[in-house]
Design a protein around this ligand. Structure first.
Ligand SMILES: Cc1cc2nc3c(=O)[nH]c(=O)nc-3n(C[C@H](O)[C@H](O)[C@H](O)COP(=O)(O)OP(=O)(O)OC[C@H]3O[C@@H](n4cnc5c(N)ncnc54)[C@H](O)[C@@H]3O)c2cc1C
Length: 398
């Protein structure tokens, strides 16, 4: 007789990835019959009409968009204006934007309507939670504080109560308390950089173009927002980040306009500036007995190509597919076979993405003249290499 379980699947963390997995499972053809709990001490609430755009936004690739559309979450985002970006312009150091060493990705060149959308993180998580709950997921406000993983049942402790479940999924972010409770480690690399994030007004229209300028100490990205502003992610040394955050608005406006080579005219901050540490991590394994990791709990990458949550959405889609397959064969969501297949496939893909982004990070922060010359040439060549560009764009689209 199978042991008593309160839920088939308990997902700890209702951020974008955990809520995405819950919505995928609850709306999936086979997985909709699972009893699912989505646990978070602080689940995202939908932004109110007219509420200013949140500071945290993400470049959502086609893979993310697919998940958001399949779960019915995409229409809920429309009032918050996902901003399609059709072009990406990348240049290096002292080279001029638009000059011969500029790499331009254009959606039209690869027959796509756009290269992705810039969307508010909070709106994404709230829309996915809303879809999950509408499809029958139980939302529990609380934290998982202890975990026992067994062959037949996993037990999660919630507000002092032991909850027996078939599978626990940790979607509890980069510091993942559950990953630690499960005793899973991994490779951690702290980049000697921090990212400063804020929204900026721009004197010139962005025309749906994302800009990225590789400076000596790290990249400055300007992502288009639907209201005409741009979202800035400026990765730099911790010392420089500290100084930039401490500047008054006028001095910061001058600094960021200069760092952007004036590509959008004068820039000025319209929000406070927040700093984030940057690190690369990949868990040694993404599964254990009746346990799986997804999203930042499993891996983090440098944000220079806006891939973190998109890789997490690919985890959610892959895990939901494996669980659906297991159920269709009469299995149980905690069976080791499908969990192991999920873990191997996604770990390898995330390792590849982490290594590629790490390579770009290293190439663009290397101040040796030969390397600097080499990367300019690489940008110029890549700009004229049609098949290579198509490959890069299709990988970035997910
Ligand atoms: C500066 C910056 C820019 C970025 N830009 C992009 C981008 O453009 N595109 C992109 O794809 N990615 C981007 N990323 C990465 C992206 O932000 C992350 O990959 C994403 O937020 C991870 O989502 P998550 O749901 O896995 O984790 P989180 O968003 O961290 O959510 C974890 C959730 O778990 C909950 N939780 C914690 N502990 C517990 C517990 N014990 N029990 C239950 N719940 C718990 C928390 O409350 C939280 O809601 C960027 C990252 C940074 C730092």
């Amino acid at each position: 007789m199978s042991p008593k379980r309160d839920y088939d699947v308990l997902i700890a963390g209702a951020g974008m990835v955990g809520a995405g997995l819950a919505a995928c499972l609850a709306t999936g053809e086979v997985t909709r019959r699972l009893r699912i709990a989505l646990v978070d001490p602080n689940p995202a609430l939908p932004p109110l009409a007219g509420e200013p755009l949140d500071l945290r936004v993400s470049a959502v690739s086609r893979a993310g968009e697919r998940l958001l559309r399949a779960t019915g979450a995409w229409p809920l985002l429309e009032p918050r204006g996902p901003c399609a970006y059709e072009r990406m312009v990348i240049w290096d150091g002292a080279a001029a934007p638009g000059g011969p060493d500029t790499l331009v990705f254009d959606a039209a060149e690869v027959g796509e309507p756009n290269l992705g959308h810039i969307v508010e993180n909070r709106a994404i998580a709230a829309a996915l939670v809303e879809r999950a709950v509408a499809a029958g997921v139980t939302l529990v406000r609380g934290s998982v504080t202890a975990l026992t993983l067994g062959r037949d049942v996993a037990t999660a402790t919630l507000a002092g109560r032991e909850v027996p479940v078939g599978l626990v999924v940790a979607a509890d972010g980069a510091d993942s308390p559950l990953r630690r409770l499960a005793g899973l480690g991994g490779d951690l690399l702290a980049y000697p950089q921090e990212a400063i994030v804020c929204h900026l007004s721009a004197a010139q229209p962005h025309h749906g173009t994302a800009h990225q300028h590789f400076l000596d100490e790290g990249p400055l990205a300007l992502l288009p927002l639907a209201d005409g502003r741009v979202s800035m992610v400026w990765s730099t040394t911790p010392t420089a980040a500290e100084a930039l955050v401490a500047l008054d608005d006028a001095a910061f406006a001058q600094a960021v306009t200069r760092a952007s080579d004036g590509v959008l005219g004068a820039l000025a901050p319209t929000t406070p500036r927040l700093k984030f540490p940057l690190r690369r991590f990949n868990a040694a394994t993404y599964s254990a007995a009746r346990f799986a990791l997804v999203g930042d709990a499993a891996h983090t990458v440098h944000p220079l190509a806006g891939q973190g949550v998109n890789q997490g959405f690919l985890d959610a889609t892959a895990l939901a597919a494996e669980l659906g397959g297991a159920l269709a064969r009469g299995g149980d969501p905690g069976d080791p076979g499908p969990l192991g297949r999920y873990a191997r496939a996604r770990r390898a893909d995330n390792a590849l993405m982490g290594a590629a982004l790490d390579g770009i990070y290293r190439a663009f922060t290397d101040a040796r003249p030969a390397v600097m010359m080499g990367r300019r040439t690489a940008l110029r060549l890549a700009n004229h290499a049609g098949p290579l560009k198509q490959l890069l764009v299709s990988r970035a689209l997910g």
